[in-house]
Write a protein of this length. Structure first.
Lengths: 543, 417
């Protein structure tokens, strides 16, 4: 009743006071007065409507209607206007809802019911996958030697305790070298039936942290850990503050991690139990809280962890974003992050003693038959993709289109990914393509008509759609990065080698994948991920 | 792919003639979007938006101002002569006269500006950046129609060389290029860009009975119109009528407040833009349509536009409260009927390179432009309009605003630890 009363009073007061207060401008129509009267009328209408609306809500409550989903008001609530919708399965108290971001919808997602039976014969361990390792590791398995899955293939000269194990059993057939004789791949021709090295398993409950660390170092499990900041193989002498696992991926055509964990639920829980012994803090699990999505019970009912729901657009599934909104990395902090498949590998180690890297990989992209394929870590991409390719002139990417790495025809899958994307190459000119594009292309800009069709799936190619330029546009990156960070200023600090500002502006909280969307939308086509990596590397050298 | 082959055939040698090659490259990439693909590192696909597309949308947003501005040059010319007083009367003559003045201004701006850009790009060995697309489109709109072309050329050269290239090219400049060109003329050749006499074109002077000065351009159109049986330009019969002042509403309001301005121009006339002034800044609805276009396409920052509007309103209200001169007593909302507030808001203040680059900074940046600009307009007798100086002033302070916003982000991060 109150708003009605007061706005009515204001309107009446305005009507009668007009002659006095606005008499000075009487020669011309008094627009100010008309504006105020108009505003008064609008306020009056609002008061009446909101009164009726309130009564409707009270009536709904009296009738015992369920008001948790819908409060029976004609006005949307403030949070529902500005925050992305969360799914029904979400506990609102544990929900982090993020506004910024952008989902890139592409043709060629892998569907759950479509699995591809295809096996790779060759597998490789790539030292380049393990950042922080000295460039030339010591190879312990000679060419021609037979290894079991879990046998050491090499160790890091700067940290000899960390071994890197063979993902399959078979014969080491080649050690490939790249620039400056750095080793790029150690290739194994796999046996038909993979056999595993047997390790004596410590009991997680009774073992000390040292025992578990030692076990992981010796069995190759350590290489599945990732340390933030810098994304490096962690130092075994440093106990992480917290450990984070994201259980959903939001990138373009990202694999459904609910499928990845299917059948390995126990191993996932076992892995989390082991991680709990490795940190003094918490193990945080990020759950999918988006509307229309669900979280596997292996994730949502995981024990001994702190789990939070996240809703929003890509990159909300990135673990870096989730860390920022749960327990941000401060100067001097060290945390670990693991992918779901890494937790599962650790879990299997503790369950059976076998280094079993079996996983599912999603074949995505418009130029390949889509589906999930069973394989081990480091499979030959050519053999996995080969028979499923649709065309020749394509790019095969280990990972997604934003932060994946293009591979040569005889390349091997990177360690930290469960996705292969195949795209058409875009090496074609386009007449006035910058102004009047003939083919739809993904963009965050409303200057493209497809902006009003958020569900449209784009058939993309690798064209840059423009040339590299200086930074011009401002405020665009912030719209796709749900963090309290100024990416453009951070980039400038990195380019200026300004350590203090780099750290102050939050470089330690970022990883390449978090900035990938900013790089995608950049109208100046700046290589943000490379710049960030340069900055992280110089920061690491300083420490 | 015939066009690609054609371009390949005419490609000049990069070593022998770098400037020609840079020019060729600019035309080539303008006509054909490049066939370059993403590299081995970084994202494997890219957004369809690039700098060319971004800049050209700003130019598209100005097109209505170009159309109206060109026509209004002619309309003001004949209004001063007391002929074809209706807005649509003498349509062909007004448009022809406008084009005769507008085209050379547009061409000189682009030849000088792009020429310098190409030379610098060739010397530095990179492609021509698209920044001048917008600056070059803005400069003609903020000039008086009778601006001597050599002064325009000097001003554009000054703005591009000292304002932009000296700082490292597109994206590095501190001050808005278009406004720098204008401010150069404003201080170096003030009589060509301020006062009552410069806003009406095509007469020897603004005193009564000054006759029209028509050139060969008008002769060509006269021949054309003669064939079509239309009226032609007639210098002997066209002279400034008695009592015509040529003053802009702002100049009138400075003397006599809102009453002074409305004695000569009706509020509707001021709003729709059939008044003397710089070429593109008179028609408020068309500028607002352009602003709306920039907002809908999310190219310009709504934060800057909104906060500048708030700053202008607050500034005008404060001056209303003070009320020491007739100009201060102009009701605050009528301040927006006069002058180029909306043009400055839509196209000048929103330049992303020279504006504050943080979202919080944009609020402060816009607000102070609005507030300071209104004070300059009303209080300072030397400057008839405030936005040019206010924007350049706040351009200077934008990095400082950003610095404090970033410092607060940094200290927030430190406190959290």
């Amino acid at each position: 009743m109150k708003p009605l009363h007061s706005s009515f009073k204001i309107t009446v007061a305005l009507l009668f006071s007009s002659q006095l207060s606005f008499a000075a401008a009487d020669s011309s129509p008094n627009y100010l007065l008309y504006c105020l009267i108009g505003a008064g009328i609008v306020a009056l209408m609002y008061a009446i409507i909101s009164l009726a609306d309130n009564m409707m809500q009270i009536e709904a409550k009296n009738l015992g209607a369920d008001t948790s989903e819908n409060d029976y008001s004609i006005f949307p609530s403030f949070s529902s206007l500005f925050k992305p919708k969360a799914g029904d399965h979400v506990d609102p108290k544990r929900l982090v809802s993020l506004k910024e971001g952008h989902d890139i919808k592409l043709v060629g997602g892998a569907h759950a019911d479509h699995s591809i039976t295809n096996t790779a014969e060759h597998y490789a361990v790539k030292p380049t996958n393990f950042r922080g390792m000295a460039p030339i590791p010591k190879i312990t398995a000679a060419v021609g030697e037979r290894v079991k899955a879990g046998d050491a293939l090499m160790f890091d000269k700067s940290n000899p305790d960390v071994i890197y194990a063979a993902p399959v059993s078979g014969e080491v057939i080649e050690i490939r070298r790249g620039a400056k004789r750095a080793i790029t791949e150690v290739i194994i021709k796999a046996d038909k039936e993979v056999t595993f090295k047997e390790n004596a398993v410590p009991n997680i409950e009774s073992a000390s942290r040292e025992d578990i660390v030692k076990f992981l170092l010796e069995t190759g499990g350590w290489a599945h850990l990732n340390q933030r900041p810098f994304d490096v193989i962690p130092n075994q002498d440093v106990t992480p503050k917290n450990i984070f696992v994201s259980t959903f991926a939001t990138g373009p055509n990202a694999p459904d991690l609910n499928i990845i964990v299917e059948g390995s639920e126990a191993a996932f829980q076992k892995g989390l139990d082991a991680l709990n012994k490795l940190t003094d803090g918490q193990v945080y699990v990020g759950l999918d809280g988006r509307k229309g999505h669900s979280s596997h019970t292996a994730y949502s009912e995981a024990k001994g962890v702190v789990s939070n729901y996240f809703a929003g657009k890509h990159p909300v599934g990135n673990v870096g974003i989730q860390i920022h909104h749960t327990a941000p990395i401060n100067s001097g902090d060290v945390v670990w992050t693991l992918k779901v498949q890494d937790v599962i590998v650790l879990g299997r180690l503790f369950m059976t003693g076998a280094y079993d890297t079996r996983t599912k990989v999603a074949l995505t992209g418009a130029e390949v038959n889509n589906g999930y394929v069973d394989t081990f870590l480091g499979a030959s991409v050519g053999e996995l993709v080969g028979p499923n390719l649709k065309h020749d002139h394509v790019r095969v990417i280990s990972g997604d289109v934003l932060s994946g790495e293009p591979l040569p025809a005889d390349g091997y899958l990177n360690q930290k990914t469960s996705q292969i994307t195949v795209l058409a190459e875009g090496d074609k000119h386009e007449l006035f393509g910058w102004l009047l594009p003939l083919k739809p292309r993904p963009s965050v800009s409303p200057t493209f008509p497809t902006y009003i069709m958020p569900k449209h799936e784009f058939d993309v190619d690798t064209n840059t759609h423009g040339e590299k330029r200086a930074f011009v546009q401002t405020g665009a990156y912030e719209k796709v990065l749900p963090m309290d960070i100024y990416p453009q200023h951070l980039m400038k600090a990195i380019m200026a080698n300004d350590f203090e500002n780099m750290e102050g502006l939050g470089i330690l909280e970022l990883s390449e994948e978090d900035l990938a969307l900013c790089e995608f939308i950049c109208p100046s086509k700046s290589p943000l991920q490379s710049i960030l990596r340069d900055g992280l590397d110089t920061m690491r050298d300083q420490m | 792919m015939g066009l690609v082959d054609f371009f390949k055939k005419i490609e000049p040698d990069k070593k022998k003639s770098p400037i020609l090659h840079t020019f060729y490259d600019a035309v080539y990439t303008f006509a054909l979007a490049p066939d370059s693909t993403t590299g081995p590192k970084g994202t494997q696909i890219k957004d369809g938006m690039d700098l060319k597309r971004l800049m050209v949308h700003v130019v598209i947003a100005m097109q209505l101002c170009y159309l109206f501005g060109t026509y209004n040059i002619g309309h003001q010319h004949f209004t001063a002569a007391g002929q074809y007083m209706g807005f649509i009367e003498g349509f062909h003559l007004k448009l022809a006269h406008g084009l005769i003045l507008m085209l050379p201004i547009f061409l000189v701006t682009h030849i000088v500006g792009l020429g310098i850009e190409i030379i610098f790009a060739a010397k530095k060995g990179h492609a021509v950046e698209e920044g001048f697309l917008v600056s070059g489109a803005l400069i003609p709109l903020i000039m008086p129609p009778d601006i001597p072309l050599w002064i325009l050329a000097v001003a554009v050269a000054f703005a591009v060389i000292l304002g932009k290239e000296a700082f490292g090219g597109t994206g590095m400049n501190i001050w808005n290029i278009a406004l720098l060109a204008r401010v150069f003329i404003f201080f170096a050749y003030p009589t060509t860009i301020s006062g009552d006499t410069v806003w009406v074109s095509g007469f020897e002077g603004i005193a009564a009975d000054s006759v029209a000065t028509y050139g060969w351009g008008h002769d060509i159109f006269n021949t054309l119109f003669g064939w079509m049986g239309l009226d032609g330009f007639n210098a002997a019969k066209t002279a400034v009528v008695d009592g015509y002042t040529g003053a802009t509403p702002l100049a009138l309001a400075y003397q006599g407040g809102w009453e002074g301005a409305t004695e000569v121009y009706s509020p509707a006339q001021m709003w729709w833009g059939a008044i003397p002034g710089s070429i593109g800044e008179t028609s408020k609805p068309l500028i607002l349509l352009g602003a709306l276009f920039l907002l809908v396409t999310k190219i310009a920052s709504w934060r800057i536009m909104l906060s500048m509007l708030i700053g202008g309103i607050v500034g005008a209200m404060v001056l209303n409260g003070w009320g020491a001169t007739p100009f201060m007593e102009v009701p605050w909302y009528y301040q927006f009927w006069m002058g180029s507030f909306f043009f400055a808001m839509a196209f000048m203040a929103t330049d992303p390179v020279t504006a504050a680059s943080t979202n919080t900074g944009k609020w402060w940046y816009g607000f102070f432009i609005g507030f300071i600009g209104m004070i300059i307009r009303v209080i300072n007798p030397a400057y008839p309009e405030g936005w040019m100086l206010a924007i350049l002033f706040m351009n200077t302070f934008a990095p400082l605003i950003d610095h404090y916003v970033l410092q607060s982000n940094i200290s927030k991060r430190l406190k959290r630890a």
